[in-house]
Design a protein around this ligand. Structure first.
Ligand code: ZN
Length: 111
């Protein structure tokens, strides 16, 4: 089972969490001024990263709070968890390539 490290509650089973999509999206300040194409791109277009990806998660069956995580999409390993509003942490590129997680930052799997 995948364990996700909620920044507020600690490690919990993945079943308690909901995926929230790409992190660090900035909502347009005046959406009514966008044309249909620009609005559709904001609503639906997301990056499709192979490697380290910043994503939003919600501890839906716990504290209910949103937070961000860095996950390597090639290995499905989490590299870091951080609160919404905090700066995206830097992580070694080697961790993204090998799937080796930096100590103390990553989610882990248990048998
Ligand atoms: Zn929580």
């Amino acid at each position: 089972m995948l364990l996700i490290d909620c920044p507020y509650c600690g490690k919990r089973p993945e079943l308690e969490f909901s995926y929230g999509g790409q992190a660090h999206l900035a909502r347009p300040s005046r959406p009514s001024e966008l044309d249909d194409q620009a609005w559709a791109e904001f609503l639906y277009m997301r990056t499709n990263t192979k490697g380290v990806y910043a994503e939003r998660w919600r501890h839906a069956r716990g504290c209910g709070r949103f937070f961000n995580a860095l996950r390597d999409t090639t290995t499905d390993h989490f590299l870091a968890f951080y609160k919404t509003g905090e700066t995206r942490p830097t992580c070694p590129a080697a961790a993204a390539v090998t799937g080796a997680a930096p100590s103390g930052l990553a989610g882990e799997r248990t048998p």
